[in-house]
Design a protein around this ligand. Structure first.
Ligand code: MYA
Length: 577
């Protein structure tokens, strides 16, 4: 079950998309009560400016938040947590993001990724042992994957765990960098190379371990000086002959890369939920600033250009929220492969929050640039979202390549069938039928509210066009598609816009059915504006999969690398650096 993967085959699977998922009434009430407690706690105890300038979150703030129960929202009650759904967690995460970014990053590193491996892949014994203090917030968790030579290329880590049969333990050595919560976490999910047997040979494969600091041989480097999220802890973490008992292995030995990716799927979705909070906050701050600021004898909120900026922020909040909660709904169903959806949410929402904080600063003008106001801190804080938990470039590649798997396999089967057409007639006629269907009719949507149906056509139309472009790219580039990143980038961009359209159509359908009045119409209006923008993007990206100036781009790129970064051949290098 995935919403996005079928788009690559030209299908819309309504099951994952309709009806738009809704949080249960009980959890909605919890989110509301906890949200109000968090607001009150923030008003009484949290000084975000001080957190930024001092570069740390006071211990009393963390312990106060622990008392509110936010560090174990997704941990089942049996292990001392709240037992909430992914949707509830996202709601709380979104709220915390509006309160303080360093705090939400600490929470994310702890709960979205730090303890998630134990929750999702741990044995019963591991869960009982490690989760209760983490859920209570008595201890903090961290996720230790990145290394000096292994950032985006996560599989190339060098940290090594060597099995010692006498001690039934692994001896862990290596250095991890940029570890959030690295300075104070007690429990680390650590990824290391281990020797395993595959097809009779000894080879290195990644294994995941739960490593409590108390095992010894674990040290943290000094705090890094960062552009933003300065109150969060980011350090190196060193493991020196740390003796990790064999029963600390998470999942199977040699299958740790899958553990890392599984955990990151959940982390990326949490991050996107945080961005939803950030966009809503930026919109509220910018609207207030625009309303209060008068120029030319009028509030600047009365000028259309300012209004366009504010409206765009509101549409981004609607689109991001629709995508994030459609995806948490998929996760809560329990049968979904949501890796593409979470990558898409992370990419889209992180860019949306960056643009929103930038526009909020622009609306505030000179005041926005001054350190005494919050705009510059918001801008600094939101920048990291485009980088951590998978850079947006890597996640675009992942979205495109993972999406291409199924049509690629399909085409390979067709190519094989062409070599033996008599025996493989079934494959060939199925392929011919499928192609004809895609050319002649667009994929169906279920019955929608008439107001939403009136705006939903582009989704069907462009899913069909998208699948056609995907097949064209696979046939044109074959295996070399992996190297054609500019084409992959457009395929990813189109997939992102299709998911955006699908999410807002589904949500507006629910919103319109639930309300005949202004609220229902407000959903439809927002969805109409978003769909109108998104299908134009898809059309452009689909067209430039086939016809583009990528050869020129490659020529200029090689001129640049040959000349060491001179913009035009024959000119001399500028600058002293
Ligand atoms: S933690 C560090 C984050 N690091 C990364 O995200 C690393 C990015 N790199 C990668 O993801 C991988 O290395 C890539 C794979 C994708 C490049 N789900 O052959 P492969 C499977 C399921 O493609 P590679 C941090 O920043 C794949 O299908 N499976 O591998 C924390 C294949 O399976 P199979 C997946 O070319 C910061 C196998 O893996 C996935 O080496 C704190 C190998 O794949 C997937 N996603 O590269 C954050 N990907 O073998 C706090 C791959 O069966 C949060 N596979 O075919 C704070 C939030 C704040 C919000 C604030 C708001 C204002």
């Amino acid at each position: 079950m995935s919403v996005v993967r079928p788009f690559f085959m030209g299908h819309i699977e309504s099951d994952g998309l309709f009806p738009y998922p809704e949080i249960s009434p009980d959890e909605a009430e919890t989110a509301d009560i906890l949200g109000r407690s968090l607001d009150q706690f923030a008003e009484d105890h949290i000084d975000s400016r001080a957190i930024d300038t001092e570069g740390e979150i006071p211990t009393e703030v963390l312990s106060g938040l622990a008392e509110l129960g936010i560090f174990g929202i997704v941990v089942p009650e049996a292990y001392g947590g709240f037992g909430g759904s992914e949707t509830l967690y996202a709601k709380i995460f979104e709220k915390v993001a509006t309160i303080d970014t360093s705090i939400v990053v600490t929470l994310g590193a702890h709960q979205s990724i730090g303890l998630k491996g134990i929750l999702a892949y741990g044995t019963e014994e591991q869960k009982q042992r490690f989760l209760p203090p983490l859920a209570r917030g008595d201890q903090f968790a961290a996720f230790a994957l990145t290394e000096p030579g292994a950032g985006s290329d996560a599989a190339s880590i060098q940290t090594r765990a060597v099995y010692d049969a006498d001690r039934d333990a692994y001896i862990l050595n290596g250095t991890k960098i940029w570890i959030t919560n690295g300075g104070f976490a007690e429990i680390f999910t650590v990824f290391a190379q281990t020797e395993v047997e595959r097809d009779g040979e000894r080879v290195d494969r990644i294994t995941a371990f739960v490593v409590p600091r108390s095992l010894g041989g674990v040290t943290s480097g000094p705090e890094e000086h960062k552009l933003g999220i300065r109150g969060s802890s980011t350090t190196e973490v060193h493991f020196e002959n740390t003796v990790v008992p064999a029963d600390h292995v998470l999942g199977e030995v040699g299958r740790g890369f899958k553990v890392a990716m599984g955990v990151l799927n959940s982390g990326r979705l949490g991050l996107a939920a945080g961005c939803v909070g950030g966009i809503k906050d930026a919109l509220a701050v910018a609207t207030r600033a625009a309303t209060e600021r008068h120029q030319f004898d009028r509030s600047i909120a009365s000028f259309e250009m300012t209004q366009r900026k504010l409206v765009h922020m509101a549409l981004e909040a609607y689109a991001c929220e629709s995508m994030v909660y459609l995806t948490t709904g998929l996760v809560d169903r329990g049968d979904a492969d949501y890796s593409l959806e979470s990558a898409i949410c992370k990419v889209y929402c992180s860019e949306a929050v960056w643009n929103a904080t930038n526009e909020a600063l622009q609306i505030a003008g000179g005041m926005g640039y001054m350190q005494e106001n919050e705009y510059e801190r918001d801008l600094r804080d939101s920048r990291i979202n485009l980088i951590f938990e998978g850079t947006n470039e890597i996640l675009r590649l992942y979205t495109a390549l993972a999406g291409l798997e199924e049509p690629g396999a399909h085409l390979r089967a067709v190519a094989k069938a062409l070599r033996d057409p008599i025996n493989q007639l079934g494959v060939l006629s199925e392929y011919a039928r499928e192609r004809a269907r895609r050319t002649l009719v667009n994929p169906d949507l279920p019955e929608l509210h008439p107001d939403v149906e009136a705006i939903a056509d582009p989704l069907s139309e462009y899913v069909a066009d998208f699948a056609g472009a995907v097949e064209w790219a696979l046939r044109r580039h074959g295996e070399k598609i992996v190297e054609r990143q500019l084409v992959l980038e457009r395929i990813a961009a189109a997939a992102i816009d299709l998911y955006r359209m699908a999410a807002v159509i589904s949500r507006a359908d629910r919103g319109r059915r639930a309300d005949d009045g202004e609220r229902g119409e407000a959903h439809v209006r927002r969805a109409r504006l978003i769909v109108n923008e998104a299908w134009r993007n898809v059309r452009r990206n689909v067209a430039t999969v086939r016809s583009n100036l990528d050869d020129d781009v490659r020529v200029v790129a090689s001129e640049l690398s040959d000349s060491g970064g001179v913009y035009l051949p024959g000119q001399s290098r500028v600058g002293a650096r």
